[in-house]
Design a protein around this ligand. Sequence first.
Ligand code: AMP
Length: 279
Amino acid sequence: MIICKTIQEIRDSVDKLTSTGGQIGFVPTMGALHKGHISLIEQSKKTCKVTVCSIFVNPNQFNDKGDLARYPRTPEADIKMLEDAGCDIVFMPSVEEIYPKDDTRVFDFGVIDKVLDGAHRPGHFNGVAQVVSRLFDIVKPNKAFFGLKDYQQVLVIKKMVEQLHFNIEIVACDILREPDGLAMSSRNTLLSAEERKAASLIPKLMQEAKMLSKSVPLADVKNKLLAEVSTNPLLKADYIEFCNADTLQTITDINAQKTICLAAIFSGKIRLIDNLFIN
Ligand code: AMP
C-alpha cells in the first residue's frame, strides 16, 4: 500500500496505478478505522481497479471544538487495517495541505442540509461539503463509497455532486453493527463501560420505532421513544425524527412515503447517530 501525505504524491500514485486504465474507488474517512470503514474498502475493491482511502480529521466540520479535540486518532492501526484489507493507496494529509488558506465557500443544499444534524450541528455539512469536494478534486475518483450510518451525509454528498457537476458515482453502503446492534463508530471507543452499555438502547429504539409505527401514530411513537431515553440518566436525545427518506421532510403519515427514523443521542458527552428504514 502506498502512503501519501501530499497532493502531489497522491496524484502521482493514482496516475501510476491507473496508467493502463481502470476505475478509481474512493473511501473518505476521518480514521480510527473499524470494520464499518473496511466494509466500504471491500465494496470499492469489488468493482474498482484502484482503491484509495483518505484519513483526515476535518476541522471545518466540527461545530463542537471539544468533539474535535477528543476525536480518536490511531494512524498506525489504521494503516495496518487498510493494508490487510488490500487498499492500494492511503492519503493522510495535514490540515495545511487541504486548507492552505481558509475555505470560505458556502453551500446551500435546500432542506437536506438544514434539518436534523444540519440544525443541531451548525456548519457541519458545509464543512463536509468543503472537504469532500476538495478530496474529489484531488483524487478524481470514478466512484466514492459512503456509509448509510451517516444517512443525511449521503444525501448531502449526492446533492453536492449534482450541484458541482462531479462525474462521480456515489455508492451508499449498509451500516455495520456490533453484536448488540450498536452501529459501529469511531466515537464508540470514547464511551466508558457504563456509557457503552447505555448506548445499546439506541439500536433497540430504532427497531421499536419500526415495529410500533405499523399500528401507532408516529407522533406517539416518537414521544414513547423520547420517554424511554429519558429514563436513563446517561442518555440525552438530541433528536428522534421520522422523515421522508428522499427529502428529509418530517412526516406524520407513514403510509404516504418511504420513511426513515433518524436519531442523535448523547451517551455521556459522546454524540451517537443511528437510523433505520421503517417501511
Ligand atoms: P467517518 O470516519 O466517521 O467520517 O466515516 C467514514 C465513512 O465510513 C463514512 O462514509 C461513514 O458513513 C462510514 N461508516 C462509519 N461507520 C460505519 C458503519 N458502522 N457502517 C458502515 N459505514 C460506516
